[in-house]
Write a protein that binds this ligand. Sequence first.
Ligand SMILES: NC(=O)c1ccc[n+]([C@@H]2O[C@H](COP(=O)([O-])OP(=O)(O)OC[C@H]3O[C@@H](n4cnc5c(N)ncnc54)[C@H](O)[C@@H]3O)[C@@H](O)[C@H]2O)c1
Length: 430
Amino acid sequence: MKQMLEEKLRNRKAKVGIVGLGYVGLPLAVEFAKAGFEVVGIDLDESKVAKVNAGDCYIADIPAGVFKPLVAAGKLRATTDFGAITELDTVNICVPTPLRKTKDPDMSYIISACQQIAKYFHKGMLVILESTTYPGTTAEIVLPMLEAEDIKVGRDFFLCFSPERVDPGNPKYQTANIPKVVGGSTPACTEVGALFYSQALEIVVPVSSTQVAEMVKLLENTFRMINIGLANEIAMMCGRMNINVWEVIEAAATKPFGFMPFYPGPGLGGHCIPIDPFYLSWKTKQAGIEARFIELAGHINGQMPMFVVDKVQNALNDHGKPVKGSRIHILGVAYKKDIDDVRESPALDIIQLLERRGAKLSYSDPYVPHLRFDSKELCSDEASMAQADCVVIVTDHSGFDYKAVMEKAPLIVDTRNALKGVVSDKIVRL
Ligand SMILES: NC(=O)c1ccc[n+]([C@@H]2O[C@H](COP(=O)([O-])OP(=O)(O)OC[C@H]3O[C@@H](n4cnc5c(N)ncnc54)[C@H](O)[C@@H]3O)[C@@H](O)[C@H]2O)c1
């Protein structure tokens, strides 16, 4: 089985399947199609499937000039039918892994995808889980759903975990050139998984088990979340002492060793950093270890939207305006610059908190024309900035005309240091 699959991978005759065509799955599908494989994407969302088949790319990081020709050449197609797996040699699972309201992992997407895969699964296949999850998921949840008396892992099929590390909006590092860590259920699985990725991606980093690979991703994101928490706490301290935190970090970052800059902001956002560390703390709790750094950083980061709202209120008061009735314009609602993703965006909390204090809110974001959350619907309206009593820069998109913002706004709360170097009494920085 191993030799046959390796042969198909080397000569690019293997048929590749990607389950979940979102920010992670679609760019991966494109890389394998570019490498010459026939790729089938499977997603429950009919509108995404229709878009892929029409050559209409909905992920901003994939150039349209690359996407359309791959679809036209028959290298990439999509379906809602898991029956396609009967014809496939490999399947990557890239479905969401959110948290429940209780902050427990929501494994329902992985379980539902694996139930479907198990129906059409056959000998000789390689299955790779890419969704971020707690250590042990591949061995404890995925493997038992696929293995049976007559079909053994490492002999009849191959199972791996490989963490997705994509950074949407990053022009330098994308799916193809971010090193790919992969760990298999057995050494044979790791070998097949590493061979698979090496056909389409630049650097592959094999590790000894699925658990190690799962933990790698959680270490990376926990490291980031905790360091952002530290930067946020330092920002709060500097705020109290009237010190410019941005200047402090910039100067500290000149140290050529032993320091890595992280920056404060209005709060965490996206599908990874605010969520993934809680997968780890949930798992370790079961082993009797309290993840204290994670809980603490979660607490500090969670305070940031309120910290920003207090800054806005104080800044308005200093200008003789109560927050109640003031017109506040939120500049940028995506959770980070140059992307269209608003999942977990701190802008949503900031809008809600300011509305609760009686402010009248508007927003503009070229990446997010409509904002729907909490039974509210807002439309991006750049013109309303001119009438605002205060503009709050929540996302520092590169395309914003900051000079125009400086001209139009009587008061600006800048949570991202987007107006770095600009000296003006009307700017209040984090
Ligand atoms: N977005 C990122 O920057 C990023 C980075 C690294 C890792 N991750 C991880 O990758 C995983 C996927 O994230 P994403 O951002 O691509 O999510 P996404 O929501 O953009 O895409 C997930 C896709 O899976 C589909 N789907 C859901 N259940 C399905 C099922 N049972 N069968 C088939 N399709 C199904 C959805 O319709 C959606 O299109 C998550 O575990 C996430 O934590 C995301």
